[in-house]
Design a protein around this ligand. Structure first.
Ligand code: AOF
Ligand code: ZN
Length: 359
């Protein structure tokens, strides 16, 4: 789609280049937290002369990579960025200064940065330097790209998604649709977007491998295991646990770890408590968390209640499978709230239907 230097120029509008910024920003999906995903494209005389994206917190920002890629061609060019260029010294120096030094003529910004340290000072710094700045191009797309980062910046809390699979008659199921956990499947792609996935310990012994994304180069989410009810929790052999795991348990349960599993962190809570779990995620710089509900959801009971009462859930993803029953009918008794979802989307996936919406 993009036209590189040397190829013939095609007339594109600003939205085209911001959409390209979003496309390349997503190359770092799952890797940037607590930072946002950002893409930058440098355009001169209708040709893309430089591209870059932010690969990981601590590494240079998108603008820096794009300016490096463009070299001297950045002079008098237009820089397109999916997020307002930063204007502060964080882990890296301000992108505004890099753009000014490179002598770009114009900057087109997808959305302003909700980070209070930046909050429009990037735009004003560029304007003060005589650079023309346009903001709010493909803004909705840019906001969707970083919905977790934005939520976390505005509320100080991780973005939380509830995900589950249902039968057509409304049972909460253990299983997912065919092939969705394989590479390219929606569930495999979803896992790479989340910094952490919360599951019930019931799921672990038999089924935990489905908690890893099969996308090439995916960063695996932290597995947060909830262990409740009296008895003991025996983890599967550590060789089978592909990503980092942390176990939150109540005082009733004994978590038995083998010698090889001693690295697994365990946290004892006096009761199952979503606020405490989210605090822990926040301290680790995790921006988004997925709650994975399966057939036996007893361990989620208090968490669901707390989440709804305190508005801790942002998004819901529901897969409806073409089967009847055989799951847990009781699952949603504690979810009785008359709430309408916003921005609902639906699509068919093979033989299933996938619904997504926001609380
Ligand atoms: C940009 N371009 O590619 C990104 C930006 O600690 P630092 O230096 O990485 O700064 C992190 C903050 O910078 C982050 O919270 C957000 O406000 C902004 N991220 N800005 O101009 C980028 N990733
Ligand atoms: Zn920056």
């Amino acid at each position: 789609v993009n036209v590189r230097c040397g190829e013939s120029a095609v007339e594109h509008d600003d939205g085209f280049y911001i959409r390209r910024c979003v496309e390349i920003a997503r190359k770092a999906v799952g890797h940037t937290s607590p930072n946002p995903m950002v893409g930058c494209v440098i355009v001169k005389d209708g040709k893309i002369v430089g591209e870059g994206f932010h690969p990981k917190a601590g590494q240079p920002h998108a603008e820096v990579f794009a300016l490096r890629d463009a070299g001297d061609l950045a002079e008098n060019a237009t820089a397109f960025v999916s997020l307002e260029p930063c204007n502060h010294y964080g882990r890296t120096p301000p992108c505004t200064e890099a753009l000014i030094k490179a002598k770009v003529k114009k900057v087109v910004v997808g959305m302003v940065d909700p980070n209070p340290i930046v909050a429009s000072t990037g735009v004003s710094r560029l304007r003060d330097a005589g650079i023309e700045v346009i903001t709010g191009v493909e803004e909705e797309l840019c906001r969707k790209l970083n919905e977790a980062y934005i939520h976390q910046m505005l509320t100080g809390k991780p973005f939380v998604t509830l995900r589950y699979s249902l039968s057509v008659d409304g049972d909460l199921l253990d299983q997912l649709g065919a092939e969705v956990t394989e590479s390219g499947g929606y569930y495999s792609k979803l896992l790479q977007e989340y910094d952490a996935v919360v599951v019930s310990s019931f799921l672990l012994p038999t089924n935990h491998s489905i908690l890893s994304s099969k996308e090439p180069g995916a960063k695996q989410p932290l597995q947060i295991v909830l262990a409740k009810s009296s008895g003991s929790l025996l983890l599967p052999a550590v060789t089978e646990i592909s990503s980092k795991t942390i176990i939150f348990s109540d005082e009733e349960i004994v978590v038995e770890l083998e010698a090889s599993q001693r690295g697994i962190e365990t946290v004892v809570l006096d009761r199952m408590n979503l606020t405490a779990i989210l605090e822990h995620c926040k301290r680790q710089g995790l921006c988004n968390v997925m709650l994975e509900l399966r057939g036996n959801s007893a361990e989620f009971e208090e968490i669901l209640q707390e989440g709804f009462e305190q508005n801790l859930f942002q998004k819901v993803i529901v897969e409806v499978l073409p089967i009847l029953g055989a799951g847990c009918k009781e699952a949603f008794k504690y979810m009785q709230q008359n709430r309408r979802l916003k921005n609902l989307t639906s699509k068919t996936l093979g033989k299933s239907i996938l619904l997504e919406g926001y609380f």
